[in-house]
Write a protein that binds this ligand. Structure first.
Ligand SMILES: Cc1cc2nc3c(=O)[nH]c(=O)nc-3n(C[C@H](O)[C@H](O)[C@H](O)COP(=O)(O)OP(=O)(O)OC[C@H]3O[C@@H](n4cnc5c(N)ncnc54)[C@H](O)[C@@H]3O)c2cc1C
Length: 479
């Protein structure tokens, strides 16, 4: 299907915005869809364009982490996503002789697991949610670049047309044309490792409810498996030794690594993948914002790429909506870069280290095993590992939006929802800011994130679920 921009009004939104819209989102991948959903559910006129004539069939990102599941829950989408994926309840590291397992259940979240869902299924779910708000991707239109004036942005298409908008969000992936259009570059360490990535139906005794990393006798990582809906699995195989992305070579490697106990019964997708790291220096360029892979790319270890992008979208969406509706305080849009740039920078740092550590052999591999053992057996280390891995440490304490002082370890800028279904219900029922007051008789009283706060503590919660202002019992609000 090829849809020219001039033809799209029949196939897309039920609303006709004419030639000027508030926001054009470029790229209908997971991040563009989430950005669109965040805007459309707040009634903002938005158009979503993508160069692909059809949605992707490539299952690239598979892991959805707890913080993203909490976000999906706020949109009423978590149950549907869980029904379409596989619930991963532990992480297992194994050699031929022994294995260590980290159980995800103790993580301080209402979603103590990783949801593995194929990217096309996840995108389809987000597309349906956007359609419920009257917006469908306009497909087969390729953005060539953007030109901005102080008052608007023109999105230029290769088809020769332009669309004018108040703001543009470039969610057009690692090779972003929007990024190029604003003169920004991904800079970083581009000399990554080689992998072969496979989605296949697998006859195997590898665990179906655990993400499993298998190490070779020399200590180097040999195979990582992420179960998808049975019998499908995502396989990641290091390929610095020249492993070819072809079926015969992958099956031979699989036989060797699993002692003949894993056979592919159906090949779905196979691709070489080179780890690249990079980030733009700023996520905002006047009226143009960058989100997802357009702004940051890194190793897929830990599955943070798509999750980080989805949370960019959740952070930006409500801020753009407030700016467009005239309710934003001065400088609100600048806090998108201030808050989200450090998050991806930290992901790039940690995934770079982890990726390098996975290739270690000999004494360094022994040291790595010792560290893994400590993480699985020392409760405090395990708690920190879980919070980090499941993206539960993300917080904006240094943001200009975070007001007030910490109460019992809970800081302004921390995520408010955590394990409390009462706070989650409050978040689900609004697209705006909301207040919570701790009360011993309520569940909200005892758990904000995973800490207790005294009765009477007040939190003003932002539309993306983070605490904007925290006030101790008996104190006056700071603003
Ligand atoms: C082989 C591979 C394996 C991966 N594995 C994982 C994993 O296991 N876990 C994980 O978290 N992440 C993984 N990733 C990364 C993950 O896929 C991305 O982080 C995620 O897809 C980013 O979403 P996005 O919406 O920002 O970009 P994308 O998913 O790349 O979407 C960009 C969209 O923009 C459109 N577009 C591009 N240019 C234009 C243009 N000029 N005009 C109009 N439209 C345009 C594209 O058609 C596309 O639909 C993997 C990536 C690859 C390539």
């Amino acid at each position: 299907m090829h849809v020219l921009l001039s033809e799209v009004s029949d196939t897309t939104a039920t609303r006709d915005y004419g030639r000027t819209v508030s926001v054009v989102v470029v790229g209908a991948g997971p991040v563009g869809l989430m950005t669109t959903l965040q805007l459309a559910r707040r009634g903002i006129p938005v158009r979503l364009v993508d160069q692909r004539a059809e949605p992707t069939t490539e299952s690239r990102a598979v892991g959805v982490h707890a913080r993203t599941l909490e976000l999906l829950d706020s949109l009423g989408l978590a149950d549907e996503a869980i029904a379409e994926g596989a619930v991963i309840t532990s992480v297992r590291m194994q050699t031929k002789r022994r294995h260590l397992t980290v159980d995800l259940a103790p993580a301080p979240t209402r979603y103590p697991f990783v949801l593995d869902i194929a990217q096309p299924d996840f995108e389809a779910l987000l597309t349906r949610a956007c359609a419920d708000h009257g917006v469908l991707p306009e497909r087969g239109v390729t953005v060539r670049g953007v030109t901005q004036t102080p008052d608007s942005v023109a999105v230029d298409f290769t088809e020769g047309e332009s669309l004018h908008a108040d703001y543009v969000v470039g969610c057009d992936g690692a090779r972003s044309s929007v990024r190029r259009g604003v003169g920004a570059n991904l800079t970083g360490d581009f000399h990554g490792m080689q992998f072969v990535i496979v989605d296949a139906d697998l006859d195997t005794d590898l665990p179906r409810n655990a993400m499993c990393a298998t190490f070779a006798p020399d200590g180097a990582l040999a195979l990582v498996t992420f179960p998808l809906r049975e019998p499908r699995m995502r396989l990641v195989l290091p390929a610095d030794d020249g492993l070819a992305a072809d079926e015969g070579a992958v099956q031979r490697r699989l036989t060797e690594v699993t002692d003949g106990r894993s056979t592919v019964t159906r090949w779905r997708w196979i691709t070489p993948f080179e780890v690249k790291h990079g980030q733009v220096s700023s996520y905002r360029h006047g009226r143009v914002f960058l989100a997802g892979d357009a702004a940051h790319i890194h190793s897929p270890i830990g599955g943070h790429g798509m999750n980080t992008g989805l949370q960019d979208a959740a952070n930006l969406g409500w801020k753009l909506a407030e700016e467009i509706t005239g309710t934003a305080p001065a400088g609100l849009l600048d806090t998108y870069d201030l808050e989200r740039h450090p998050v991806a920078a930290a992901v790039i740092r940690s995934t770079s280290k982890q990726t390098r550590a996975m290739s270690w052999t000999g004494p360094r591999a022994i040291a790595r095993s010792g560290l893994i053992k400590a993480v699985t057996s020392v409760p405090l280390l395990r708690h920190d590992f879980l919070r980090q891995a499941m993206e539960l440490t993300i917080a904006y304490p240094d943001s200009p939006l975070s007001a007030g002082a910490a109460v019992s370890g809970v800081r302004p800028g921390d995520f408010a929802v955590g394990t409390s279904s009462e706070i989650a219900n409050a978040w689900r029922s609004t697209t705006g800011w909301f207040d919570i007051v701790a009360d011993v008789s309520a569940e909200a009283a005892v758990v904000v994130r995973d800490w207790a706060v005294p009765t009477g503590t007040r939190a003003r919660v932002r539309p993306d679920g983070y605490i904007g202002e925290l006030t101790a019992a008996g104190s006056a609000p700071t603003r």
